[in-house]
Design a binder for this molecule. Structure first.
Ligand code: PLP
Ligand SMILES: N[C@@H](CCOP(=O)(O)O)C(=O)O
Length: 509
């Protein structure tokens, strides 16, 4: 078991440690870190794992990717337990089974029971504790002026930001700067991020799009001087720890689903930056017997277009949709999948050759705005993936449909991102017409975070009330809290770097 890491764009042998990959975040060649090999899990091991708790399962999975020489098993177990002690559900990510009726096999995987009511908490509660663990270990017994500090810089379309802030707030030797597109996130998302008073947290509201924010973050990682001065850390899913921590719930949900209906399993994932479904890809490649992973996109459909055409092309403008967290033009995590496809189909299994191909593709994307892959690459992707594109109208119709017809429970309320997934799921069910398949549709956020979309769908229903039926008291309470944010009037990396350095001085950490 190598448990080391390499960059998707490297054309040389690499074996970076887990800690180095996590602390660095983005590879110096601009690539993303991936494990040197994907561990395989036997059917006997799967049987043993099928009755483990979420925390125990997370430990068994993570220790396959993290050498005990780096993090002793007892320490890793403690990190995991602390990370999920903050969740409202005892099994962390419960599966709402057969929501449209017994035997329908449409299950909803509720990933929103963490502190910020979105799936990002599952990884970012762990990442926050991981950063703290590494820093405490490297700073042990050092005087303040010699202690290593990390300046986390992240971009969000709404959920990563609050999850990152809640995962890192108050942590020693860490400061957190989150960029978000002004006016393009929900009121609750902005309140969650900007009402955190902790000295080590600062939000930057940037006039632009999420993609502008993500490009700025990647440019900052590529600025070696700034990086040397401030030890920039990543909380976006460019950081491998995000993907690793999300693998657990694919195994956990699979085991729940087949207990009642021991058939096939398809996962349907509302996708934007491709981090969530990529964790499902690793689970499948580890040996979890998943029939297919279905990418559900909103009208920002680069992923759906790629699987149908083989062309990976940045469109000119991002569509504003009812599922804003997925209003993303370039899915940063897609690069990791492309590496596996390139290695299998074009590089004859050679890692270094795969890195060369990825470098060529992403140079083309940068210079021409697109690149094209062969049908053989697409056919390889289609072995594991399918995709569906869901419009705004279909999103609203699905929220209505499930509210009106759900059985377990009645009047089940979906957030718009989850609705994109459930709409795609129902389309798959019609195509497959196969009652042996369990469909697990990932619910990536609590509906309370997206009042406009939920109310647009449900306000005509007699007896429906957002305040009564949807909004938890703790989110209601955010509205009256003071906001701490800084506006950046132009999506410009130099303006953002200046804002960060100005705030770092004020933090005095
Ligand atoms: C609520 C919600 N659903 C779905 C997604 C898509 O997940 P991913 O970006 O990992 O594809 C995101 C974030 O991107 C999100 O915040
Ligand atoms: N939808 C995300 C966008 C960033 O994705 P990530 O996978 O890099 O965290 C968000 O909610 O910010």
């Amino acid at each position: 078991m190598s448990q080391t890491y390499r960059s998707t764009r490297s054309a040389v042998k690499e074996n970076k440690s887990f800690e180095d990959a996590i602390i660095q975040g983005l590879a110096s060649d601009g690539g993303l870190f991936i494990p040197s090999e994907i561990p395989k899990v036997s059917s006997e091991t799967l049987d043993k794992w099928s009755n483990l708790s979420f925390q125990e399962l997370a430990l068994q999975i993570m220790k396959l990717y993290i050498s005990s020489d780096e993090i002793p098993e007892s320490d890793l177990s403690d990190l995991i337990k602390r990370s999920y002690s903050t969740f409202r559900a005892k099994d962390v990510t419960p599966l709402a089974e057969n929501i449209t009726g017994e035997g329908e096999n449409l299950h909803v995987l509720e990933l929103f029971h963490g502190p910020t009511y979105a799936f990002k908490d599952v990884a970012l509660q762990f990442v926050g504790n991981l950063f703290e663990y590494f820093l405490q270990r490297s700073n042990k017994d050092l005087p303040q002026e010699q202690r290593k500090k990390i300046t986390v810089v992240g971009a969000t379309s709404g959920d990563t930001g609050s999850a990152a802030i809640y995962g890192l707030r108050g942590k020693k030797d860490v400061s957190v700067f989150i960029l978000y597109p002004t006016g393009r996130i929900s009121p609750i998302q902005e309140q969650q991020m900007t009402t955190v008073p902790d000295k080590n947290v600062q939000t930057l509201s940037v006039k632009g799009t999420f993609d502008n924010c993500q490009d700025i973050v990647k440019a900052i990682f590529g600025d070696s001087d700034f990086n040397k001065r401030h030890n920039v850390g990543a909380v976006n899913s460019i950081n491998w720890a995000r993907i690793l921590a999300q693998i657990t719930y694919y195994f956990y949900a699979y085991f729940q689903a087949i207990k009642k209906n021991p058939g096939k399993v398809k996962f349907v994932v509302p996708s934007g930056n491709f981090g969530d479904i990529l964790a499902g890809y690793y689970a499948k490649k580890m040996g979890l017997p998943v029939e297919r992973l279905v990418i559900a996109t909103n009208e920002n459909d680069i992923l759906d277009r790629f699987l149908k055409s083989g062309v990976y092309e940045r469109s000119d403008d991002v569509a504003v949709t009812l599922s804003p967290a997925m209003d993303i033009l370039i899915s940063s995590n897609f690069e990791r999948l492309l590496w596996y496809l390139a290695r299998e189909v074009l590089a004859g299994g050679d890692d270094l050759k795969a890195g060369e191909i990825l470098s060529q593709w992403f140079t083309e994307l940068k210079t021409k705005g697109k690149f094209e892959v062969s049908a053989s690459v697409i056919n390889c992707a289609l072995v594991d993936f399918d995709s569906e594109r869901v419009s705004n109208a279909e999103t609203t119709a699905t929220i209505k449909d499930i509210y009106e017809h759900s059985q377990n429970p009645k009047h089940y309320i979906l957030d718009p991102h989850t609705a994109v997934g459930v709409c795609a799921t129902k389309r798959q069910m019609t195509k497959d017409n196969d009652k042996s398949i369990n469909y697990i549709s990932l619910s990536t956020a609590h509906p309370a975070k997206f009042a406009d979309a939920v109310n647009e769908a449900l306000s005509s229903f007699e007896g429906y009330s957002f305040e009564k039926d949807v909004l938890p008291d703790e989110l209601k309470a955010l509205a009256v809290l003071d906001k701490k944010l800084k506006y950046v009037e132009k999506a410009d990396v130099e303006l953002v770097k200046a804002a960060i350095e100005e705030e770092l001085v004020k933090m005095g950490l």
